[in-house]
Design a protein around this ligand. Sequence first.
Ligand code: Z5A
Length: 233
Amino acid sequence: MSLSTAVSPKPERGCLITLEGIEGAGKSTHIARLSALLSSLGIAVVTTREPGGSPIAERIRALLLDSANTGMDEIAELLLMFAARAEHLAKTIRPALDSGAWVLCDRFTDATYAYQGGGRGLNPERIAVLETLVQGDLRPDLTLLFDLEPALGLARARGRGAADRFESETLHFFDAVRAVYLERAHASPARYRRIDAAAPLSVVGEQAGQALRDLVETRRRDAGIESGAGSAP
Ligand code: Z5A
């Protein structure tokens, strides 16, 4: 018996899709609907978030968001973001992608460039070093950028109650965060889809859904699979 007949083929790696944007842009609202959309197309999906997404990473998240930790050193904050990400990748994201599932992640490394780079003013080259250390060559296949005026996003988010350590930042901080997101999207248009997050919920949902359908279509075409619900890419 030849070995090849006994081994099932390795599943094609899933896609990593990240949702980015400032506070209150609508990422958490839309992630569940996007997951349902992918499932309806016959794709296994894992939804997750950063910082967090695995037991140790969630404990690091609690440290990072705790408003009692005001004044945390900026490099410590950067390293904690990547420590959480290393755990998240090892325990959740890579196993899911390797099994062929698609991963929908509420924030990823673009948030580090935007918040620690733009907001805190850290050098993006330092962030890039950590990105390579922690991720190797893994990058998102698609990033949905929910773009919004910070004043509107903060008004939405602050309507929810007590602010965490990031929500307590100034409008100036969030302007800098948004500027980096927009620069990055402009620099790599093939990876990003900018979505006008000030539009009504249904319009935002339709734009985000279309971006995912386009990616599914591309993957199926590349794999030589006829398009249509029910057939995994
Ligand atoms: N952070 C970082 O600094 N560096 C990093 O590398 C990473 C993260 C990964 C995580 O906090 C913090 O960590 C984050 C950046 C930092 N802090 N900030 N700022 P989080 O996960 O708790 O916070 P978030 O990601 O910003 O979640 P959010 O505030 O909940 O935002 P959202 O998920 O985009 O918004 P939402 O919850 O879907 O919507 C907010 C409200 O607006 C809600 O009532 C919706 O019904 C409403 N909404 C949403 N869309 C619309 C539209 N289109 N019309 C009307 N109303 C709407």
